[in-house]
Design a protein. Structure first.
Length: 179
């Protein structure tokens, strides 16, 4: 009678993952939002000092509020000013037999720029973020269509805010590492 080894064999993939995990600290990798360590804490302090300028229209207000929730911190003096503008693109993806749209894809593009609060302001960095979403247009249900569109726009604004915050955090962490 043969007995089986109770210990499973280590696969090549497991060895590669383990090797990569062991190599990460040696290459200088550290979590972006880490509170332990100078780089992450400094990036968090810098993000808290960013104030968001007014953004036009309703979706701009939603984006601004989402950014403020991610960036601003009570009691932190502002040192930076973030300006953003949003553009939308609409692509009809589905049609009914009578030719009316049945599905719409939205593309939201946010162009942003970070300035100092010095006089005159100095541009520090800029970027462009994009978010995509789609919704169905139910036949003869106008309220449902409006609710679907507003929900898609809100999701896109949250995604843009998250992407902008992440890009700013990477920029602040990189700037801190360079000094």
């Amino acid at each position: 009678m043969r007995t089986h080894n109770a210990r499973p064999a280590v696969t090549r993939r497991q060895l590669l993952v383990l090797g990569a995990a062991l190599a990460l600290p040696g290459c200088g990798w550290r979590p972006l939002y880490a509170t332990g360590g100078a780089g992450g804490a400094e990036a968090q302090r810098e993000l808290a000092a960013v104030r968001v300028a007014l953004i036009a229209e309703r979706n701009g207000q939603i984006l601004r509020r989402s950014l403020q929730q991610r960036l601003a911190s009570e009691g932190t003096a502002a040192r930076y000013d973030l300006h953003a503008a949003i553009n939308f693109g609409v692509d009809v993806q589905g049609y009914r037999r009578d030719g009316t749209p049945s599905r719409v894809r939205y593309t939201a593009t946010a162009n942003w720029q970070l300035f100092t609060l010095e006089t005159p302001p100095r541009s520090l960095t800029r970027g462009t973020e994009q978010a995509f979403d789609a919704y169905n247009i139910p036949e003869n249900q106008f309220f449902a269509s409006d609710v679907s569109r507003e929900a898609a726009e809100r999701r896109m604004m949250d995604q843009l805010a998250e992407d902008m915050t992440r890009r700013l955090a990477v920029w602040f962490a990189g700037r801190q590492a360079a000094t």
